[in-house]
Design a protein around this ligand. Sequence first.
Ligand code: NDP
Length: 328
Amino acid sequence: MQHFQALLITKDDSGQKAAWSEIGPADLMPGNVTVRVSHTTMNYKDGLAITGKAPVVRRFPMIPGIDFAGTVLSSEHPRYKPGDAVLLNGWGVGETHMGGYAQVARINGDWLVPLPAGLTAAQSMAIGTAGYTAMLSVLALESHGITPASGPILVTGAAGGVGSVATALLAKLGYRVIASTGRLNEEPYLKSLGATEVIDRSSLAGTPRALNKERWAGAIDSVGSSTLANVISMTSYGGCIAACGLAQGMDLPTSVAPFILRGVTLAGIDSVMAPLAKRQVAWTRLATDMPPAKLAAMTVNEDIKAVTTLAPDILAGKIRGRVVFALP
Ligand code: NDP
């Protein structure tokens, strides 16, 4: 394609702004694989990038979009050839390297994952970084020895992107899932994804005690701050919490008591720089463990031009589940 549409974030003395522009291959950054993007999505970090609420974008101009799926147009990378179906999550794409809100992306082929058998490009973006992070979190609990027999698993921010996928995955794997949400009107939605119990997130919002009544064997937390501190204080002996997000805040007002008196483990989850082998395990598992009907139920398809109006909504916790954009 000689010219194509891209969302460009620019910055000047008056601040940053995002606008759709027609650009050409020379406007993209160096890379050894060019991809015709067919689908992309919106994650919390994309909301931060577009609104400028946090310094996610590290060079200007920038095409945001930390995820995309599509078909290889040209490749100088030994693993990829034209026509291959691929997806990408993270690696600074949409932050330091031109990202997925464009009809064409040029990237380092080492960053790509072949589209796993059993998933369409649209489904892979319905999962997106949020869902792949949920799967990394499930893998962390499993590698810590947590099984459905260990006890219930709490999911915080359950109606959000990471939380919705985590709830559906854990339920499919046979766990009893306690979903914490600030949107109690979403109880039917969360139960349809497989939650067995829905709790009000305000019950995890108070000043955390060092130790509290043991309530769950583990948790997937996309919220952080005092919520995570309360979650840790209520985790059973030998339990594990996968900490992957900061929707409430970056602080963590806890003590060492749960770690040294209950042997609780806090497992940190990073999706951005995770090595390829780990990504492939996560994506292979997603293709088998994510029920397609539940994925469809948590996903809305929007016009890509709506991404700028949806960006503040995701930061305000107003988006339920996942959003997919098909690129024309
Ligand atoms: P979403 O906005 O879709 O979900 C976040 C959810 O958190 C909201 O829907 C809401 O759920 C809850 N929430 C929001 N604000 C608050 C608050 N002040 N207090 C308590 N709960 C709150 O975002 P994503 O699912 O895309 O991302 C979630 C988090 O995970 C983000 O912080 C993101 O940066 C992080 N993340 C980290 C990754 C990594 O590599 N570690 C990768 C992907 C995401 P509800 O309404 O149900 O309460």
